[in-house]
Structure formats: C-alpha cells, structure tokens
Design a protein around this ligand. Structure first.
Ligand code: DAS
Length: 356
C-alpha cells in the first residue's frame, strides 16, 4: 500500500515535471501567424493522380494546420483565413486588406514571424507589394504549392513546413519578404513563376537567397534593393491604389489596347515590349499621346530576364518616359501603383525604379 502511494506520488511528480518541460519547450518556440488567402496550397482534386486538374482555394487554414502536426516542432502557430481566392482573381482591395493585416500583426510583440499561404499565379506580385509597403524586419514568408494536397507527391506540406520554419528564424529577419518553394528561399522582389506546371516553378534571374533543409536555413546572398523597414512607402498610410495597366508589344500590334487604356483613366501604362523594351514605330506616337495626357509611360520588357536600358531602344529622356529596370511588367505595375501614392514626377519615378 505504502509503496504504491510512493510510486503514485513519484509518477505524478514525473508527469508534472514532463508537462512543465513540454510547456517550457513550447514557450521557447517562436510564435508564427499563418494568414491563408487560397490558391492550390488550399486546393483539392478528385483523385491522387489529379496533380493539375483540381479546385483551388477550398481547404481552410485550420485544416491546413491540423494536417501538418510537424509544425509544432518548429513554432507555435495560429491561423487566420484572410480570404479564400484563387490568386489570379486577387484585387487591389485584397492586396490592401492583406498588407494592412500583416502590418498590424507584425507590430504585435507575441508575433515573431508571419506566413502567408497564397496561389502561385500572382504570389510574386503580392510578395513584391508587401516588401515595398510593410515596415517590419520580422520575417514575412509567402508560400504556395504547384499541386493540391490531395495529389501524389504534393509539394504544399513541405513548402508550408519550410515557410513556418523560416518565419520563426531570427536569421530570416531584415531580408525583405521571402517565398519558400521547393526547398528554396527566394526574394519576394526578384522571384517569378517561370514554369506553369512543375514544383520547381519559381526562380529569380539573380538566384535564390538560400535554401531551407530540415528546418535549417542556408543563406548565400541578401537583397540590395530597398524594402520593408528601409522603404519610403508605408501600407498604414495607403488606402487606395491608382489604376495602372499593362499593354504588350508583339508583331502586328495595333494601338487598340493602348488607346482604350489611355481613355480609361489610368495613371500609368506599363508597356511590355519585346527585346530590351522595344516599341513598334506605329505605337510610339500613341504612347507619346498618352504621356501628353499626363499618363506615366513605363517601358518594361516581355523578355523574362535582363533589364531595360534607359535611352537605348527609345529616347526616354526626350519622351519623358520611365524604364522598369529588371522588373517584369506585372511587377513594374505593382511598383508604379505604390510609387504613384507618393509622386507622379518622372524623375522621382525613375529613381524609385532604380532603388526598389
Ligand atoms: N489558380 C492558381 C492560384 O490560385 C492555383 C495555384 O497554383 O495556386 O494562383
């Protein structure tokens, strides 16, 4: 009797010790907030072989977290469903709402890092917008997946585990908004989707910032363009984004699109030309007319890599045009919208395109 009492007292003491050790271990882990917006990472297909045919934006954040108990090894996570959309359908209103929520959470002392689950189609645009406007040095890590969780060799689970691990890492601070996909840690500014059906879809012509393997980060470079705490833009002071649209250049292009856009009330037009941002001779006067109407003309290139040289293909100084540097048209549009919340001066706009 006496022994069993002592044993039970010992067992109770051991259980208490173990419980407090677990509690201490959990307390030592970083607090990571997961904001869910939709996309394939929240997608579901009819069968395991449906790696490309499925419905995006179906699975809620709580189910994503419940399906990945390994997350508790690297962070204390909380989830919030900001919206549930396929990212090709994102709007400027979605972008503003998401960025404002990220900014609010980043100010909270009980948040060490933020993960945003997102569709792959436009994650590069959201990542750039956040890196330009959210004033925090805490890790903000975007994550997506090319296959739904229901598919064979789905990539979302490891991508999400990596994102939470990076978001909880002190060495991921002050690197701008990041994207973890396929073991790589990419710069939110530089990364684009370059393949539309493979898990290795995302890359940057300037290379990854590093890799994350089994919860450990391996860094090989750091961003040099202005971002987050070093940005002159602040989402807390932005409540609307001016209309900016894109028109592409290609063989046989007519002025129909450009003329229609110029009449639609846009504040800037991104021209995604071939080569080094070339503009067809019949289109030059249409862009000059748009400029004369007060619309900013920004010469970008439809060629994925390289960067547009000012005054090379076109006399940008003479025409009072801006060049988009290495930014693809869709990213140039993001920067133009953000910059227009502060200035419409061409020289200031060009400085901003050099610096961000
Ligand atoms: N439609 C795509 C999107 O939501 C699905 C995906 O790849 O995430 O971006």
């Amino acid at each position: 009797m006496y022994l069993s009492l002592r044993f039970r007292a010992f067992a109770a003491g051991a259980a208490l010790l173990a419980a407090s050790a677990i509690a201490q271990a959990q307390q030592a882990l970083p607090n990571v907030m997961i904001l869910a917006t939709g996309g394939t990472i929240a997608g579901a297909g009819a069968s395991a072989v449906n790696s490309a045919t499925y419905a995006a934006a179906k699975v809620g954040v709580e189910k994503l977290i419940a399906g990945l108990p390994e997350l508790s090894k690297v962070a204390n996570v909380r989830g919030e469903q900001v919206f549930q959309v396929a990212s090709e359908s994102m709007t400027n209103a979605n972008l503003l709402a998401l960025a404002k929520r990220v900014s609010q959470l980043a100010k909270q002392p009980d948040v060490d890092g933020i993960v945003i689950t997102h569709g792959t189609d436009t994650v590069e645009e959201t990542a750039y917008f956040l890196t330009l406007t959210v004033r925090t040095d805490k890790p903000i890590v975007m994550v997506a997946s090319m296959r739904p969780g229901t598919a064979l060799s789905a990539d979302g689970a490891l991508n999400l585990f990596d994102a939470v691990s990076v978001a909880g890492s002190k060495d991921a601070r002050s690197k701008g908004v990041l994207l973890t996909m396929n073991d790589s840690i990419e710069s939110g500014r530089d990364v684009s989707k370059n393949v539309n059906i493979k898990p290795s879809a995302f890359s940057s012509q300037w290379g990854s910032l590093g890799m994350v393997v089994e919860g450990r980060n391996y860094w090989f470079r750091a961003p040099v363009k202005r971002h987050t705490v070093n940005s002159e833009f602040d989402i807390d002071k932005i409540d609307a984004l001016p209309p900016v649209e894109i028109a592409y250049g290609y063989e046989g292009v007519s002025a129909t699109a450009i003329d229609a856009l110029a009449r639609s009330g846009i504040k800037a037009l991104i021209h995604g030309g071939p080569g080094n941002g070339s503009v067809a001779d019949r289109i030059v006067p249409r862009l000059q007319a748009a400029r004369a109407e007060g619309i900013l003309v920004i010469r970008a290139s439809r060629v994925p890599d390289g960067f547009v040289i000012r005054n090379a293909e076109q006399p940008d100084d003479k025409y009072d045009w801006v060049v988009a540097h290495d930014l693809r048209p869709q990213k140039a549009r993001i920067l133009a919208m953000v910059a227009l919340t502060k200035t419409s001066d061409t020289k200031e706009m060009q400085r901003i395109f050099w610096e961000y």
